[in-house]
Write a protein of this length. Sequence first.
Length: 291
Amino acid sequence: MRVKILILLALSFINFSCTDEDDTQNIEPQLIIKFKFDPTQVRLNNIGQPSTVAAGNAAQSPIFNSISAHYLEFTPNALTQVGQGAILYTGPSTTLGGANAIDFSQAKIVAQGEAFLTIPLKNLPVGTYEYVRCSLSYQNYNINVLASGNNYVGTLASFVGYNNYITTHSIGSNVFTVNDDKLQGYWAFGIPSVGYYTSGQTAAGATTVPNPIAATSPIPAGSCLVTGKFLNNFVVTGNETKNVEVELSLSINNSFEWQEVNADGKFEPSAGENVVDMGLRGLIPSFSIVN
C-alpha cells in the first residue's frame, strides 16, 4: 500500500510540473503601457521648445488623480506622418452628439502606474521606433484655489480630446449632466468641501499640445496628440520572449494656467480669473523589460 501511495504522489508531482511548465511557455510576451505625471519634467510649448508662463498669467502644477487617452501610435522617425506608424490603440467613438466624438462613457481612465493598455507584443510590427504619439482626452486633478480670502483644494475635470460626447460625469458626489458634444477645452470644477461646482470652456486652440517634430510631421488642428521621443529607440525584432513596459512620462510642470486679475500667483475664479490652458507640457516615453 505504501508503495502505491508513493507512486501516485510521484505521478501527481510530474503531472503538476509539466502542466506548470507548459502554461509558462504558452504565455505570450505583452506590451504594457502606463502613465507617469512629472511636475519637474521640462515645460514645453506646441513645437516642443522650453516654455515659460506667459506675462500676465500664473500657473501651478496640479496633483493628478487620473487620465485617459483615445489614440496611441509608435512611429519610426520624424518624417512619419500621423497614422502611418504602428497604431496600437483607438478608443471608442460615437456620433450621438452629431459629429464624430470620443465616447467618454466608454473611456478607460487610469491612475499613475496603472496599466492603460496591455496587448501582445506580436501586434507591434517588427522595426525601430523613435517616437510615441498619444492623444490624451481626459484629465482629473486637484488644484489650489483662493476664494473669499480662504485657501481650498478643488478638483478639475479637463476634457482635452478633439471632441467629446459626454452623457454625465462627476466630481465627488456632484453629477454634471451634459448629453452633448464638447470640443477640446471643456472643463468642470468643484470644491466638494463647500459644495461649489461650475463648468466652462477655454478658447479654441488654447490647449498646448507639444509636438517636437511639428515641422516634418504636424498633427491635426484641435487634437491633443502629444508627441515624444524615446530616450532610446524602441526596437521590435519579433523574437521577444518577455514582457515590455512602456512608461509615458507627462510633464505637468505648471500645466494649469490662468489669466491673473490679482497678481498674487493664486487661482481666484471669484475675482474673474479665467483658465487659459490645461494642456500637458511634454511627453518622454521610456521602456523596460519587466520579467
